[in-house]
Structures are given as structure tokens and as C-alpha cells.
Write a protein that binds this ligand. Structure first.
Ligand code: SF4
Ligand code: SF4
Length: 469
């Protein structure tokens, strides 16, 4: 049930949604910079060559199943998982495989890439067929397999394999939520998708609802997207579907799964637990659209909407880009640069990763490419000072952590103490760093601590496995 205190002002499907009461504790209001909110999604031709990474999801990387010299069709599987968690990877163009090469990605991990020379024919393989049964006659297991075969992973940035999330929630989750918050500044990819293709998002949501065997579902949108709320609500109303659009207050990081569950239902997730443990399952809006394309057209996940923006970009745009397209190609499609770039970010400015290589490529998780000049990115030129104990980071942390102490312990390489203070519960939203008057890169320190904690845990597991042999 939706939070009781909200029900007085909340009106359901087909009527104006007039409440602003759905929100969470902590967080902050950031300047939105939604410059591309009115920029329609443009379909761009894929470049002459695409370099498609064989790891675009959480889990084990794929092994290539093609070789240099092979001809591949659009949507053909080019990388497959041998065992463990992961998604297959498909060709985003048809053409000849030029090579399979290892490239260091933005976080320093060497990843195999399949480089394909585009023949511009986009010849589809015959295996790409709509699912042969109507949705009502399809079983949950068949829908899990549709998601797996199409290589769909969470498109909000987390890239968790969708088939695994769906399979884990069947019979366990009683609440389906579609994350349409898109709370990061600059990014409008989901927003445009909801305005222009509400049917794709809603039909995808219906597929998820059917797989889960649920009677209803909720689409959670921030109140800064009234046109998206109207488009989704109209489609739901026109088709008399058992879905509700819930308007949430615009606040960062409202798009975090925990904050959505709290905002809508007052449900809190204990550290280390998954939404399914408290009966919820949450999919991103574009993930639902990808599921719709997979089920009704047989098309795997080889394209996604990317916002290209930042003060260096001549004409910021939303682009429906092929995976494997380089950031440079996207920037050129936006008219190139008008200022000297200082920082390129893959994703939003709060949670995205700074890139060292402009030839990085679009993957299933790339929601935005942002290019900033030194003037804009002036935070980086300010020096880190000592903590003045103002408490802002503590007050605003949506996870109710003590970011000041976590940063201090990490800076002093006391990672065990950071672990004891729940460093692993940090969702890396960046709210603490953004607000810190001492310019302390708190979230970076916490990321370092988390990396060490994970490495220690891996070492322990390896030692235990060796002992057990
Ligand atoms: S400590 Fe983590 S969760 Fe809390 S504000 Fe900082 S980045 Fe966000
Ligand atoms: S916001 Fe910065 S200065 Fe203030 S308590 Fe936190 S770490 Fe210290």
C-alpha cells in the first residue's frame, strides 16, 4: 500500500496527480541542468566501425563466439557467458569482424572488444523473431529467458542482468516499481523516452508484471517531468491498465532504489539486503522498453538513449546510439566542441565516471556523456581543506551514514574501521562531496575503502576455498 499520509492528496490513473508528498529523508536539491528535456531523441547512423565490449554488465565477462574475418548480422550474439552471472553481447551493426582486442576501460579494467566494420546494411539475423505466443499465454520462465537471450541488463547504470533480477523476484516480490526518477543533473534520456514512447515503457512494464504474476505496478516519476507523467498516465488510462503513475518530489538521489521504496511505501532496506527481501522489485524505465523490443520484435539490447551535454558541447542532444559507438563520434554528431574540454564524464555528474579516453564507447549502461570545461568544473581546482565539522554531510546522507568519519578513516588507510562504520552501505551518490564546504572528495575516499574491503573479502574467500580443497 502506498504511504498512508499521502493518500489524501494523491489521485489515481486518468486524473491529475497533485501531490508532492512522496519523498525520502536526507538528500538535497541540486541544480538540474536538464538542458535537453525538450530535445527529441535522434536516431543516428552507427559509425564506420564499432568496438563492442564483451563486459557490459555486472558479473562475469563474455567469451567471444566470433573471430576476426567473420561476417555478423545485426543482433547476432558475439559474446556468450560460459558460466555464472552475466548477459550475452550482440552485434549492434552488420558487417565484418576486424579484430578482437583488449582495451582498458574507464575504471582501469582490461576488457575484450569485438571491432566490427559497419556495412550499413543492418541486416537482421533470421533468429531475431517476436516471441511466438501472446503475452497472456507466456510463462514467467519464458519471459526470464527472453530477457536473458536479449542480453538486457539494468539501464539506469547498475547493469545488473535483468533475467537474474526477474527470476529472483518471481514468487517473492509483491510490489513492482518502475524507476522513472532520473534524478541526476543533465540526464534526460529516460525523460524523453517516456514522453516519446510511453507505449514502449508501459508495454515493457506489463511484461514484467505478467512475469511476476502481480495485480498492479507503480511507475515512480519525479515532479519535474510533468509531460512524461501526462504521457504515461494517458497511455495507462486509454488502455485501462492496472498501473499507477506516482509523482515523487524532485530531490537527489530520489532515483536510488532504497529512496524510491521509502518514498512510495515507507519501506526501509537493511544493509546487505535486496529489494526482493522486502517484497519489492524495481526496473528502470528504459530496461522495460528494451524488454518490450525483445518480446514484441525479437530485438536484443544493442541500442540505447544517451544524453550528450555539458558546457563544451555545441548542440546538446539525446541520441539513440548503437553500443560500441565511440564518445568522439557522439560528440561530433552534436556539432563538436565549443570549448577546451577539461573533464569527460560517462554518466551523470554525481555518480558517473571521469574518462581518460575520448574513444571510450557506449555500452548498455551509458545514460550520458558529459563534457565540461575547466570553468564549469571549478570544484576540481579548489584544494581539499580540513573538515570543519559542520555536519552537512551527515545531515544530507540518504543512507544515514557518517561520511566525514568514513572519509577520514579511508584517508588514513584505516579501512577496517571504515568497514565497521558501514562503508559498504554507501551508495556513492556523491551528496556528501557536493555539499562539503572543505572540498573534501568524500565519496572518492569511501570508494577507496570499499575497494579495499571487497579485495579483503575476496582474499578471505580464496583462502577458505583453498583450505576446503
Ligand atoms: S556517504 Fe555515500 S550514501 Fe552518504 S551521501 Fe556520501 S556518497 Fe551518498
Ligand atoms: S561536510 Fe565536509 S566539512 Fe562538513 S562535516 Fe562533512 S566532511 Fe566535514
Amino acid at each position: 500500500m502506498l504511504k498512508k499520509f499521502c493518500l489524501g492528496s494523491f489521485k489515481y490513473i486518468g486524473k491529475k496527480v497533485d501531490t508532492l508528498a512522496y519523498t525520502f529523508k536526507g538528500g538535497m536539491h541540486v541544480r538540474e541542468y536538464k538542458n535537453t528535456a525538450s530535445s527529441p531523441i535522434e536516431r543516428v547512423p552507427a559509425p564506420k566501425t564499432v568496438a563492442i565490449p564483451l563486459a557490459q554488465h555486472i558479473g562475469v565477462p563474455c567469451k567471444p563466439v566470433v573471430a576476426a574475418g567473420d561476417y555478423v548480422t545485426y543482433g547476432q550474439v558475439i559474446g556468450e557467458i560460459e558460466s555464472g552471472l552475466g548477459c550475452p553481447v550482440h552485434a549492434s551493426v552488420s558487417g565484418k569482424v576486424l579484430e578482437i582486442k583488449v582495451v582498458i576501460n574507464s575504471v582501469g579494467t582490461p576488457i575484450q572488444h569485438v571491432v566490427i566494420e559497419n556495412d550499413y546494411e543492418y541486416k537482421r539475423g533470421e533468429e531475431l523473431q517476436p516471441f511466438p505466443k501472446p503475452l497472456e499465454e507466456t510463462t514467467p520462465e519464458e519471459l526470464v529467458e527472453v530477457a536473458r537471450k536479449a542480453g538486457i541488463s539494468g539501464m539506469g547504470g547498475a547493469t545488473f542482468p535483468t533475467y537474474a533480477k526477474l527470476a529472483g523476484a518471481i514468487g517473492k516480490a509483491d510490489t513492482l516499481i518502475i524507476n522513472c526518477a532520473e534524478c541526476e543533473p543533465f540526464i534526460t534520456a529516460n525523460h524523453r523516452l517516456m514522453v516519446e514512447q510511453p507505449e514502449a515503457v508501459i508495454r515493457g512494464t506489463e511484461i514484467m508484471r505478467h512475469a511476476l504474476g502481480l495485480k498492479e505496478g507503480f511507475l515512480a516519476v519525479e515532479d519535474n517531468k510533468p509531460d512524461a507523467i501526462a504521457a504515461l498516465s494517458k497511455y495507462i488510462s486509454d488502455h485501462s491498465l492496472p498501473l499507477k503513475v506516482v509523482t515523487m518530489k524532485t530531490k537527489y538521489p530520489q532515483g536510488d532504489e532504497r529512496q524510491i521504496m521509502y518514498a512510495l511505501f515507507g519501506k526501509e532496506l537493511a544493509p546487505g539486503k535486496l529489494p526482493a527481501d522486502i517484497g519489492c522489485v524495481i526496473f528502470n524505465a528504459e530496461t522495460c522498453a528494451a524488454m518490450e523490443r525483445a518480446f514484441y520484435n525479437g530485438t536484443p539490447l544493442v541500442k540505447r538513449v544517451v544524453t550528450v551535454d555539458g558546457d563544451c558541447i555545441k548542440t546538446p542532444k539525446n541520441i539513440f546510439a548503437h553500443t560500441g559507438t565511440s564518445f568522439l563520434d557522439l560528440i561530433e554528431y552534436c556539432g563538436g566542441l565549443k570549448k577546451v574540454p577539461h573533464k569527460i564524464v560517462n554518466g551523470g555528474p554525481m555518480m558517473g565516471n571521469a574518462q581518460w579516453n575520448i574513444n571510450g564507447v557506449v555500452t548498455k549502461g551509458t545514460s550520458a556523456i558529459l563534457v565540461f570545461s575547466e570553468d564549469f568544473d571549478n570544484q576540481t581546482s579548489l584544494e581539499e581543506n580540513n573538515c570543519i565539522r559542520c555536519g552537512r554531510c551527515v545531515k544530507n546522507c540518504p543512507m544515514h551514514l557518517m561520511p566525514n568519519y568514513l572519509a577520514l578513516y579511508s584517508k588514513n588507510l584505516d579501512f577496517r574501521e571504515a568497514e565497521a562504520m558501514s562503508a559498504m552501505s554507501c551508495v556513492e551518490c556523491g551528496t556528501c562531496s557536493y555539499n562539503c564546504p572543505a572540498q573534501i572528495p568524500i565519496v572518492q575516499y569511501i570508494r577507496n575503502a570499499k575497494a579495499d574491503i571487497r579485495a579483503e573479502a575476496a582474499k578471505k574467500r580464496a583462502a577458505e576455498a583453498a583450505k576446503a580443497k
